[in-house]
Ligand binder design. Structure first.
Ligand code: SF4
Length: 705
């Protein structure tokens, strides 16, 4: 048993808080780990939320999987690793022979380490030969990624470190409930205010984060795009644009300006419900200080116009000369633990490692050389996450899922569950028997965060080393082992190492020269420096801060030029458009979904931690007293929320903190209260993000308290 303290990072959200782990005897001859404060990691400086504090509980949990399971006569039964892996290889091979490689799908996760995400992309394209790979991060930050690439030529969630937030003059936080999703980050907003800065929160609900704001705007769900355009209109009308900056550092302003000028404040007030005086006050607060930021999260991004909405907020930053200046600009608060790194190294349908594009011949050549394969053998881009899941049982006949639980997290979830059941073959690798794993033909029990070493990249683009602190229980194997063994059974004996550092060394070479260049980052540096921001080419390009010719990493992007061919940021021309599904007589209310502090994503892990489950035991329907009165509903009464896709039932939570035309449900639970039964899979045309944040529902009483 290791006895020393291991500095590492939380397994959950994109803040990737630092923590120390100390093994202690479990009284049964084994060991468990205890979490203690780690103050040397600057992001959280020792602070943790309940999820991080209780994260070790799942390592020794009774409900954790410790043996592979295979389905026989309709039931999952324990099996040995060879039998389970043989079954998966047979299932995938049969599909490949009968229907072609693209009938095999891979569904990954934003919780996988960089090494695993990289290997999964390689496994799909080299060992299986399929183009059909995507991951649950598509449901998380894909609109912000697409918006960032359009405007700046590069997507890195935050192009500046979190420590810049307290140094700015004003933050507009759009659709983020930091107080519930990443509580330790709230301190940055507190410090902002202590330093004299102001905070504007835009959210249809008066969340715990909104309560901290100097100004809270509560627009109707799905109207963030119009809101941003209305603000830009006022910026122009009041002569608050930064003409020198626009001239010097941007392109496309005239067209974007004309589009914004069509969005009169009164028109925007009618669309959003945000009053003209509130719009004017927002512009004043944002434009008066020398520096200011817009930070978006899932609210404006999880829409069928998410990419345009992000573009509209970036336009506001560009017109006011904010982006690419110190303590200023646009950033996205990525959600999942490795949501950033997970989208950089090849598990996304259209990408190769280093954030290279799969349809770029030079990118294919480079990566194929690293992989030792013919570039022509690499498949092209595949379907996006929802489209891949929707094709199950038709074009997709077999699926391998790693670190994801789409039965709970996908939109139109009952349909997705039915599609999963229609597959010829389903395999799931996970740490618990998630709702998706329950449907599988084979389930593989895999290692957890504290039982293995690997890198993640947090929401700032800071690459971090999660270190092994404890030996996994007998019977558990790592995802890297799974991929090596499956590749071998599919006829590819080489190229799938199981040592994470060896994988990272290959990832460094594969990413070299790409947008997300990790080639100058090593495990040794991550141990010594605690984290390195990408891009970090191997050489110290400018010679102004690297040690001995080593590149120091890049905490702040775009200060000199944007990552576009001409170095200029690009305005986008966007206009307001409604939700894909607006309320009508039959479905007169809007539904929006989100998170609570004690649960994480589909809840597969956190619902199995007693303390978290006690704090947040189930879903609820949050509604305004006026809507409750119209229904005759009382607090705690079960309410049915019905959309065109299904019905979910959960107790009423009545509060004035939500708009009267909107209900809110958290999405962490399966079964009767599954919020994603209701959500609309209408996709953004660019990012292919589903519209989680707004659809039409009706609310009905189903019984008494
Ligand atoms: Fe973990 Fe996120 Fe909580 Fe930090 S805020 S402890 S990273 S879940």
């Amino acid at each position: 048993m290791q006895t020393s303290v291991t500095p590492t990072h939380c397994p959950y959200c994109a803040l990737q808080c630092g923590m120390n782990l100390t093994p202690v005897p479990d009284g049964d001859g084994g060991s468990v780990v205890e979490v203690t404060e780690r103050t040397d990691f600057p992001v959280n400086q020792g602070a943790l939320c309940g999820k991080g504090r209780t994260a070790p509980a799942l390592l020794s949990s009774r409900v954790r999987l410790t043996t592979p399971l295979v389905r026989t006569d309709g039931e999952l039964r324990p099996a040995g690793w060879d039998e389970a892996l043989d079954r998966i290889a047979e299932g995938l091979s049969r599909t490949r022979t009968e229907h072609g490689p693209d009938a095999c799908g891979i569904f990954g996760g934003g919780g996988l380490t960089n090494e695993k995400a990289y290997t999964l992309g390689k496994f799909a394209r080299v060992a299986l030969g399929t183009s059909q790979i995507d991951y649950n991060g598509r449901f998380c930050m894909s609109s912000a990624a697409a918006g960032g690439i359009k405007a700046f030529g590069l997507d890195r969630g935050l192009p500046f470190p979190l420590e810049d937030i307290p140094r700015t003059g004003c933050v507009i936080l759009v659709g983020s409930n930091l107080a519930e999703t990443m509580p330790p980050a709230l301190r940055y907003l507190t410090e902002l205010k202590e330093n004299g800065g102001t905070l504007i929160v835009i959210d249809p609900r008066r969340t715990r984060t909104a309560e901290q704001a100097d100004l809270h705007l509560a627009p109707r769900p799905g109207t963030d795009l119009a809101l941003a355009l209305g603000l830009l209109h006022l910026v122009v009308a009041q002569g608050r644009t930064d003409e020198a900056y626009i001239q010097e550092r941007t392109s496309g302003w005239e067209e974007a300006r004309a589009a914004a000028m069509a969005h009169w404040p009164e028109y925007v007030e009618r669309i959003t419900g945000v009053s003209v005086p509130q719009l004017r006050e927002t512009v004043r607060m944002f434009c008066e200080p020398e520096s200011a930021m817009v930070l978006t999260a899932r609210g404006p991004e999880q829409q069928s116009k998410g990419t345009d909405t992000v573009g509209a907020w970036i336009n506001l930053c560009l017109a006011t000369g904010r982006a690419g200046r110190p303590y200023s600009g646009y950033g996205c608060l990525t959600g999942q633990g490795n949501g950033q790194g997970g989208r950089e190294h090849g598990q996304k349908a259209d990408q190769l490692p280093g954030y290279r594009k799969l349809d770029d011949p030079a990118a294919r050549q480079h990566v194929a050389e690293v992989w030792g394969v013919d570039p022509d053998s690499l498949p092209g881009p595949g379907r996006s996450a929802y489209e891949l899941l929707d094709a199950m049982g038709t074009d997709i006949r077999s699926l391998l899922v790693m670190a994801s639980n789409p039965v709970v997290s996908a939109p139109r979830a009952a349909h997705i569950e039915e599609r999963l059941r229609s597959l010829d073959f389903l395999a799931v690798a996970d740490v618990v028997l998630s709702e998706t794993a329950e449907l599988a033909d084979v389930v593989l029990p895999v290692t957890q965060w504290a039982e293995e070493t690997g890198t993640t990249t947090n929401l700032e683009g800071r690459v971090l080393l999660r270190r092994q602190a404890i030996t996994p229980p007998d019977g558990i194997r790592s995802d890297l082992y799974v991929m090596r063994e499956l590749a071998a059974r599919l006829g590819v004996e080489k190229g799938f190492p199981t040592d994470p550092e060896e994988v990272f060394e290959e990832l460094r070479r594969a990413s070299a020269g790409g947008a997300a260049d990790y080639s100058g980052i090593t495990y040794r540096r991550l141990v010594e420096e605690g984290g390195v921001f990408w891009p970090c080419p191997a050489e110290d390009g400018d010679g102004d801060g690297g040690r001995d010719g080593v590149h120091p990493g890049t905490p702040r992007l775009f200060l000199d030029r944007f990552a576009t061919p001409d170095g200029r940021a690009r305005f986008v021309v966007v206009s307001h458009r409604p939700l894909a599904e607006e309320p009508d007589e039959e479905y007169p209310v809007l539904l929006t979904t989100g998170r609570v502090v004690s649960q994480y994503q589909s809840g597969a892990q956190t619902r199995r931690v007693d303390e978290l489950n006690a704090a947040a035991p189930g879903p609820f329907v949050e509604l305004h007293p006026r809507l409750a009165e119209r229904l005759g509903a009382v607090e705690g009464e079960p309410l049915a929320v019905v959309s065109r896709r299904g019905r979910a039932v959960a107790p009423a939570r009545i509060t004035t903190a939500i708009r009267a035309d909107t209900v809110f449900m958290p999405f962490h639970w399966p079964g009767e209260g599954r919020a994603n039964t209701l959500t609309n899979p209408a996709l953004d045309p660019v990012s292919r993000m589903p519209e989680f944040k707004g659809c039409a529902v009706r609310v009905e009483r189903v019984g008494s308290v």
